[in-house]
Design a protein around this ligand. Structure first.
Ligand code: IFM
Length: 443
């Protein structure tokens, strides 16, 4: 097996606006649902918020130098809807920020990939119902048009949604993301409108972006393995994949909602208006997959959803918040390719939270994160060598940042951030990864 990634394979790092930017009240940015959520007592593990985060809004020039020094050929970041739009109108100062960022990337030879939605919905839209209001999908298409009109001359890779399962299910079924509800019916309606907005934004993006524009979609994917070979466990694992993966991907590839899940959910399935499924079926030019972990599933009777059982599998080990099973990344890429046959695939997120020590001698020893990447990158190359059209890989994340409901208690960066001083220190994993990115070869 060749240890070298093909020429033209893209290596980069991913971040998101609310997790790194800070400056939540600068230059006309209005509140997002996360600003509001963080102010509610008990929502965030350490009571923190993204108010300052990595102060990237101010420190972006040196952060782009950091990216360059870490061997990035591409950078996947998100624009913040409440920074780009002032209500229904564009906010020029917010757009200027992203325009400078894009220029800065291009000056350094780094290709920008932009995600339009990594969860920071304007609070003003939440006040009108948020994603349970069908109109939010139209507002998303407006925001997409404004963003692409301004940046589309220089940015050719656009992603509609990052991890729509999280927005739907963590927000409205499990309740640890905004709006913090626990109602599966609502969660499925949210999901329907997210999917609809992916479809509705396609025309404006392609029209504004012009020649060479590629439109992507980046769900998270968790492959499910049955805990035993009993039929009920096998069925439960299939159901988990329907719930977590297929529900959010089948429709954009024109397959509609998975039949099995439609039967399973019954009256919870949202009202589908005539033309909705056709509108959603905008096959992405490239599919991004965010992969962190796999699940072992066993059937639990009487429950709507199979339970995830922590069944020890040989070779599974743990980071600070997840089980690690690197072959699951290959299985994911293969399953995705078999089921949807995307033209191009990218791993748009992959990474680990570990309990890192403080910086010492100019670096941070994070052997478990190095191990994580050392185990996962070969699985990507295995997929490439098997003929699966994987074109790039983005590590999560460029630097430690605000990890949502876990606040700053979990660190995912390959660069350590001292949140008091904003000093950045490249961890051993950053050095390891940048060497691989430079040589495009597995060590
Ligand atoms: O930090 C998140 C990111 O925002 C979405 N995907 C998973 C990451 C780590 O939990």
């Amino acid at each position: 097996m060749s240890l070298k990634f093909p020429d033209g394979f893209t290596f980069g790092y991913a971040t998101s606006s609310y997790q790194i930017e800070g400056a939540v009240h600068d230059d006309g940015r209005t509140d997002s649902v996360w600003d509001t959520f963080c102010r509610e007592p008990g929502r965030i593990a350490d009571g923190s918020s993204g108010d300052t985060a990595c102060d990237h809004y101010r420190l972006w020039p040196s952060d782009l130098d950091l990216l360059k020094s870490l061997g990035a050929g591409a950078y996947l970041f998100s624009t913040a809807w409440p920074r780009v739009m002032a209500g229904s109108k564009p906010n020029p100062a917010g757009l200027d920020f992203y325009s400078r960022l894009v220029d800065g990337l291009l000056e350094r030879g780094i290709t920008p990939f932009i995600k339009l939605y990594h969860w920071d919905l304007p609070q003003a839209l939440q006040d009108k119902g948020g994603w349970i209001n069908r109109d939010t999908a139209s507002r998303f298409a407006d925001y997409a048009a404004v963003t692409v009109r301004r940046l589309g001359d220089r940015v050719k890779r656009w992603v509609s949604h990052n991890e729509p399962w999280c927005v739907s299910m963590l927000g409205s079924q499990i309740g640890n993301f905004p709006p913090g509800h626990r109602d599966l019916k609502e969660a499925l309606l949210v999901g329907h409108h997210l999917l609809l907005s992916h479809g509705m934004a396609a025309d404006p993006i392609r029209a504004m972006g012009g020649a060479g524009t590629l439109y992507g979609y980046a769900p998270n994917y968790v492959p499910a393995y049955p805990a035993t070979d009993r039929d009920e466990d096998i069925q439960a694992a299939r159901r988990f994949e329907g719930y977590f993966n297929n529900w959010f991907i089948d429709p954009v590839f024109g397959l509609g909602y998975p039949e099995e899940m439609v039967r399973y959910y019954g009256s919870l399935v949202p009202e589908i208006k005539p033309g909705d499924m056709e509108a959603i079926a905008v096959v992405p030019d490239f599919l991004g997959i965010n992969y962190y972990n796999s699940s072992v599933i066993h059937h639990r009777s009487g429950d709507w959803k199979p339970e995830i059982e922590d069944v020890p599998m040989p070779g599974v080990w743990k980071t600070a918040d997840r089980d690690v099973w690197a072959p699951g990344l290959y299985d994911t890429l293969k399953a995705v390719n078999d089921r949807w046959k995307p033209k191009e695939l990218f791993v748009t997120e992959n990474g680990a939270a570990t309990l890192d020590p403080e910086p010492e001698n100019g670096t941070v020893a994070d052997p478990d994160r190095v191990r994580y990447f050392r185990e996962h990158l070969p699985e990507v190359l295995r997929a490439v060598n098997a003929g699966i059209p994987v074109k790039g890989y983005f590590a999560w994340s460029l630097m430690d940042n605000f990890e949502w409901d876990k606040g700053y208690t979990l660190r995912y960066g390959v660069t350590h951030v001292d949140f008091k001083t904003q000093k950045r220190t490249v961890k051993q994993s950053g050095h390891w990864l940048s060497e691989l990115y430079r040589t495009k070869t597995l060590p």
